[in-house]
Design a binder for this molecule. Structure first.
Ligand code: LAG
Ligand code: CA
Length: 477
């Protein structure tokens, strides 16, 4: 399940967080043009609806399943199927965010498809009822296998608690049993049969690897699987326990990269010369990497310390490095703006999500920033090429090539840096894709800084001032 197959020349996924299916469908041709391989979509299953929360309709209600009916805030089953077929026709894969560790919190209500739900008792498995699956009390982990007195996960050093007790009170499915496994497998197979290409497995750390292996093993259609395991060190459960079954999110990557870009916690850009396994990360061919995700950009899910769109200059540097560097399968985040960390997507007063309008002040659309999507182009042009011609000034200025296909220079010093580099590139003229719209002359658009000439020896002289809007230059064949 670790392999992903992209259309030729595309090798990056984008997370269109909280987008409606209709908006994704109408954007898929554009995403293909920008070089994206796949879209991670928000959870499509029926979810709890918290109209009376403050703020109402929080984003995290979608991480509380009510049933596996595909009707959510992003749209109904017909809209979902239309998105999948439209994107497949454009050569863009759909990856589903798959919430199978748990159902809702306590309380009761009506889900996004109109199903009733009841989270039952807070300490025991009395009263749990999800009739549209259906799940009842016997389908949840409980006092027999969850060793905490509250029924919740109180101690992340205790593996049985982490996997059998309730994550922030969410009713924890008994995935050691056949029936709950069959239900979640049925959901996954249903969307595979509609054309879905892969799954992000939410909260994988909270499920036993053997149970997940059993669920995946019953699927037909060879989906791509990547598992969310928040392993930032210091806990008994590690990302490596899951790599034999699929890829795994490498949470150390975005945190470490953000530190290097900010010169925080004793880090610096020069240290990135061996970024990857040497830093204690899982193998690059097992990793999904990202600067930030929907959780940690707002302080959830091991959050804090990562760069986000709220610090655009450094964020572009971090994304440029990620997309230029050959480690892991990169995921670009696409956000909406928020002040309150719980706030749902831009919507009307009844919680109906607005149509996406990039750059309208609500939808941030990082994946449409020239500096980011042009680096997706560089990433795709350099696939398979090793890092070469590494240069650094011992501190906050670095440069490297990807074989003879691409060359990148970053200067986060407080002063201008001019350097004659071995670029690795064939002789010729190249546009800077950070500031220009294309990679070949005539160099136009954006804030285009013009072309560089690479001579017959492969060298070129490049300057980045500390006052440049973006302290990055990037060139590729
Ligand atoms: C994940 N990965 O393991 C998701 O990436 C993450 O976004 C999910 O949590 C989590 N696992 C469960 O699927 C999110 C929010 C939580 C939220 C939860 C359920 O980060 O804050 O909890 O979804 O909606 C919310 C409240 C909690 C409350 C809980 C139960 O924020 O305060 O205890 O609901 O009522
Ligand atoms: Ca669990």
């Amino acid at each position: 399940f670790g392999g992903y197959s992209c259309e030729d020349g595309r090798d990056v996924m984008v997370h269109l967080f909280e987008w409606k299916w209709s908006d994704i469908a109408s954007n898929c041709h554009r995403l293909a043009q920008l070089g994206y391989c796949a879209v991670q979509v928000s959870p499509p299953h029926e979810h709890a609806v918290y109209a009376n929360n403050d703020p109402p309709y929080p984003w995290w209600q979608r991480y509380q399943p009510v049933s596996y009916i595909v009707t959510s805030r992003s749209g109904d089953e017909a809209a979902f199927q239309n998105m999948v077929s439209t994107c497949n026709a454009a050569g863009v894969k759909i990856y589903v965010d798959t919430v199978i560790n748990h159902m809702t919190a306590g309380g009761s209500g009506t889900g996004s498809a109109g199903s009733s739900w009841n989270g039952g008792d807070d300490y025991t498995n009395i009263g749990q009822d999800y009739p549209s699956v259906p799940f009842g009390p016997g389908d949840f982990n409980g006092a027999d296998n969850c060793p905490s007195s509250s029924g919740n996960i109180d101690d992340y050093q205790n593996v049985d608690q982490v996997r059998n007790c309730r994550l922030v009170g969410l009713r924890d499915l008994r995935l050691g049993d056949d029936y709950p496994r069959d239900m979640v497998r049925g959901y996954m197979q249903k969307v595979i049969d509609w054309g879905v290409a892969g799954f992000r497995i939410d909260a994988a750390k909270h499920m036993w690897p053997g149970d997940l292996g059993s669920i995946y093993g019953g699927l037909s259609g060879s989906p791509f699987i990547y598992q969310e395991v928040i392993d930032q060190g210091g806990e008994p459960i590690t990302a490596g326990e899951y790599t034999s079954m699929g890829r795994v999110t490498e949470f150390k990557y975005g945190l470490s990269l953000s530190d290097c870009v900010r010169a925080a916690n004793g880090q610096k850009l020069a240290y990135l010369s061996n970024f990857g396994e040497d830093w204690g990360f899982i193998g690059g061919l097992s990793a999904v990497v990202f600067v930030d995700n929907h959780d940690n950009q707002r302080g959830h899910g091991g959050g804090g310390g990562v760069l986000t769109h709220k610090e655009p200059r450094d964020y572009k540097v971090a994304n440029a490095f990620m997309l230029a560097w050959p480690y892991g399968y990169p995921r670009v985040m696409s956000s909406y703006s928020f002040e309150n960390a719980d706030a749902g997507p831009p919507s009307d007063g009844s919680g109906n999500t607005n149509d996406v309008q990039c750059f309208d002040g609500d939808w941030v659309c990082e994946h449409e920033w020239r500096q980011i999507h042009n680096m997706v182009g560089l990433h795709n042009a350099a696939v398979g090429e090793p890092v070469a011609n590494w240069w650094d000034n011992g501190n906050m200025a670095i440069a490297f090539s990807r074989g003879a296909k691409a060359f990148v220079f970053i200067n986060k010093e407080e002063f201008s840096v001019t350097q004659t580099f071995q670029t690795g590139l064939p002789a010729g003229e190249y546009c800077d894709v950070i500031s220009c719209d294309g990679n070949l002359p005539p160099c136009t658009g954006g804030e285009c800084l013009g072309s560089i000439s690479v001579d017959d020896a492969g060298t070129a002289t490049v300057t980045i001032s500390n006052t440049d809007t973006d302290p990055i230059r990037a060139y590729h064949v």
